[in-house]
Design a protein around this ligand. Structure first.
Ligand code: PLP
Length: 348
């Protein structure tokens, strides 16, 4: 489908004609896509709809901030061969496909997804497997994209089977938006493709409680019945989920669906995404507010990916600091309490 047709299809029924031209213009610069499942969630009468904000292009994407980067996480620098990123000793990212069912407008890989050459060639996939085979320190392979669940079950099955056969590897992890964006893809064939001897985890990207539809719930149940544990990751986004009520609803619903919240990401410095970033101060305030009121099961780790490829670091509010020889700890209400230094270990 040509870009213009794709943009028109995307806009049909979810925005008025006055925004069509804007959407077409952005679609020429960045990939766009929307599934029926997500389109159905959009309230066309709400200009601030949190689902529309995530998937419908906006002219604000042309506003580039000086701190933004083509490759915010510096993945290129740590790529030993196409489709592979080896930043941390014990784990690699494998990106077999750079297509997605819904191109989030804040995607940190927006400069590389949805373009020509989005499928890793058979030769490059072989080279990636050879690299993993040769590096016995690799304990875990994180299959991501794009969205790896856009591959056919046959190809997913080949990847899982190959990885499952590598003796030094212990964990296979998939990162995906499919269970939310297109839950019907989570069918018996996909589940069969994911059968492995090794531990296999699925991490679902979801940002707003409304994305957790009955369809997503059914998809989650199918993974769980197949013995696949589920985790979630969310991006903190201005106007979407930078609100304690929305975050609480999202995190509680996830746990009720037996999905353990894993990461809350601070939005990355991807081109044209400044309107999504909340500021770290606000992020920490939100995380602190959640700490006191929500079960520990609902608490994700708030992380920032340091630009340039220096990895993820937790940036949640720091509850403890040194005061003289001893410590002071702050509780969830902001009240401070003394904690004694350990005579054996704390003194330098
Ligand atoms: C996020 C990321 C990982 C996975 O990190 P975890 O903390 O294990 O989830 C691995 N490699 C790279 C390059 C990453 O950006």
């Amino acid at each position: 489908m040509r870009v213009k047709e794709r943009a028109q299809k995307l806009a049909a029924g979810v925005v008025g004609p006055e925004r069509r031209e804007e959407i077409e213009r952005v679609a020429l610069r960045f990939a766009v896509a929307l599934t029926d499942e997500m389109a159905a969630l959009i309230d066309p009468s709400d200009p601030a709809d949190p689902i529309a904000a995530q998937f419908l292009p906006s002219a604000r994407e042309f506003d580039l901030a000086p701190e933004e980067r083509q490759d915010p996480l510096g993945e290129e620098r740590f790529s030993p061969c196409p489709g592979l990123v080896h930043r941390h000793r014990d784990r690699v990212l494998l990106k077999p496909i750079l297509l997605c069912p819904v191109y989030c407008r804040f995607c940190f890989r927006r400069e590389v997804v949805g373009k020509k050459g989005a499928m890793l060639s058979a030769g490059d996939l072989e080279r990636a497997f050879a690299y993993i085979r040769d590096h016995r320190e690799i304990w875990e392979v994180i299959v991501t994209g794009g969205d790896p669940f856009l591959l056919s079950p046959r190809r997913i099955g080949q990847i899982v089977e190959t990885l499952d056969g590598l003796a030094h590897l212990e964990v296979i992890r998939f990162h995906t938006r499919v269970p939310v964006a297109d839950p019907a893809r989570v069918d018996a064939r996909l589940l069969r493709a994911l059968r492995a001897q090794k531990a296999l985890f699925v991490v679902i990207h979801v940002n707003h409680p409304r994305e957790l539809t009955e369809g997503a719930n059914e998809a989650a149940k199918r993974f769980l019945r197949a013995g696949i544990p589920l985790l979630s990751q969310s991006v903190l986004l201005r106007g979407v989920n930078d609100d304690p009520v929305v975050l609480e609803a999202l995190l509680r619903r996830l746990v009720a669906m037996r999905i353990k919240p894993y990461y809350l990401h601070h939005a990355d410095l991807a081109p044209g995404t400044a309107h999504f970033r909340t500021g770290i101060e606000k992020g920490r305030r939100l995380v602190r507010a959640l700490r006191g009121d929500l079960s520990g099961l609902c608490q994700p780790t708030y992380v920032l990916d340091i630009p340039g490829g220096y990895g993820k670091v937790p940036i949640g509010p720091c509850a403890i600091e040194r005061e003289g020889k001893d410590w002071v700890v702050e509780d969830a209400c902001g009240e401070r309490h003394p904690y004694p230094a350990d005579r054996g270990g704390d003194e330098e």
